[in-house]
Design a protein around this ligand. Sequence first.
Ligand code: IVH
Length: 679
Amino acid sequence: MNKKVIEKIEKLRTKIRYHDRKYYVENKPEITDYEYDQLLKGLQELEGDYPQLITPDSPTQRVSGEPISGFTSVEHRIPMLSIENTYSEGELREFDSRIRRMLKGVGEIEYVVELKIDGVAITLWYENGVFIRGSTRGDGLKGDDVTTNLRTVKDIPLRFLCADDKKVPPVMEIRGEIYLPNKEFQRLNQEREEAGETQFANPRNAAAGSLKLLDPHITAKRPLHLFAYAFGYYEDGMFKSHIECLEIIKDFGLPVDPHYKLCSDIDEVISYCNSWEDKRNDLEYQVDGMVVKVNSLEVHDKLGSTSKAPRWAMSYKYHPEEATTKIESIKVQVGKTGTLTPVAELTPVQLSGTTVSRATLHNFDEIERKDIRIGDYVAVQKAGEIIPQVVKVIKKRRTGNEKLFHLPGRCPVCKDDVFKEEVYLKCYNPLCTAQAKRRIMYFVSRNAMDIEGFGPALIEQLVDKNIIEDYADIYSLRFDDLVSLDRMGEKSAQNLLNAIEESKDRDLHRLICALGIQNIGTHAAEVLSKHFDTLDKLMKASVEELEEIYEIGNIMAKSIVKFFSNNQIKKVIDKLKTKGVNLKVIHKGTKTVSNIAGKSFVITGTLNGYTRKEIEDIVKNLGGKVSSSVSGKTDFLIVGESPGSKLELAKRLGTTILSKKEFEDLIKKNVSSPCKNIM
Ligand code: IVH
């Protein structure tokens, strides 16, 4: 192997890791995104030419390009215990007294107090400083292996970033919390609302849902973050105090929430905890309490743990903030796919630093279950939820004038009949203007046709004034239609028309996504556009044909066929055609659906220049599987020198046989056109 190439690759990796740290951990980027992309591209190209040099910790492997087929279970080497909770200052003092009793009269105990991040607990396993595996807490003894998804979390270094390699122990486990910042949570929910999908109740659920997605492409688009807070397994005797552990974790390049504090006694602990009760609302992430930990690790050992929780830690939780207010009315909203959702309109009230005037009621069953009536006084809460919820009705305050809410028999917007689907009520009228508005919003949105300046207020006006009925009508808009609208000057009208015109040349996958087919998001749209090349071909596909496509399941296939069989939709698509909207693939190469993903490989014989493990890693990194024996399910047999009996069997079974060269060609094809848009 050319030494110069190896050196060049290593240099590039070090440089990229350095800039990753600057950008993701320190928030102080030193180069532009473009310069960063160039570095990454250089590395991708080199690795494309020398696939045997790809290592799992290379920055190019951050997004392993392909879906994982489910989660395997991982046993934790050290159980992931929970922490004892308290809501009272008194119990915190008892916790301190108990420890001192157990230690037989030592003086004051030093504690480290940290914010309790309200996310999802995970554990990260590093070997020689390289990220090997990450899993969820699960039941504390066993969790789910979510390595592929965690690789998309930019806060997690794929390799420790510390300069001094000698400090890195052979194995090291780091534990922490994955969270979704408030802003990202709101953005995600807004996108889901526009797409007619159910919203997440709070950032924690959104983080948990994102971590458990089977498609890492989608996880990669949800900006999850990490705060590490402790070591799991490590070699004994390395550290003396918890605070030292936090510092080392930071050195390794993992973010630690900066608000931890070393307190010299329980009084200081309590006043620090209290100081965060209100301040936590100003943070960009959710915090549901504080975690108080004894600083000395020697004391940790002395105190030990119960089967559930360590005796050296306690979490001090804040009561979720609650306010009482009145339900003025219950409004019904209609989503893009026709789902009706009840929303309570409240007398405005202050809660956790914001004025709350609406609360979600999720679905109609909930109104019945909680016996919510119009005019009721209710307790509303933001317990980690950014969207307030009605917790309970204050029945004592009922006057008898409260009115029962009646299930709508008709769509509040188009007045068409509605139908019950599980807990939801649905309007199926494709001409319903509420749906039309949502569909248009989705059509013009950033992930779809990306038409700048086409906001919700504009759509409201255009639909209400009957200027447009559906998204295809956008392409018939004239200057005069636009300038007559509120807050629309001549310049903005012209800019908008230019943006609309420009959007006619968007690539096919954007259009497929923009159509708003139920269950078809951005990634599925990309897969479909690759497969069919033109919208016409997609429109003619049968459920069976669609189901055969890797990553398109039965539900998606049925949705697609149902969508295109609707006559209204056909008319809308005809309009798009007449107006000159592009209906074909333009760029084929930007995103590759790997032809290794999901495929099963077996290796026989020796391949010069590769160890077995290296081949396995290459295949796995591209989403393939390696098995030890040939069967009817084997897709490829890689044949090296002196092959064994596997070759004969593969020939009999008609398995595709790959020489070393053919294998390398296949890898190159998959590595040299990286998934640019998800990095
Ligand atoms: S320490 C054995 N520190 O709270 C003690 N936990 O049961 C291990 N959490 O879901 C936990 N922030 O993931 C610790 N600064 C922090 C934390 C924290 C959030 C979570 C943890 C788990 C729960 C505790």
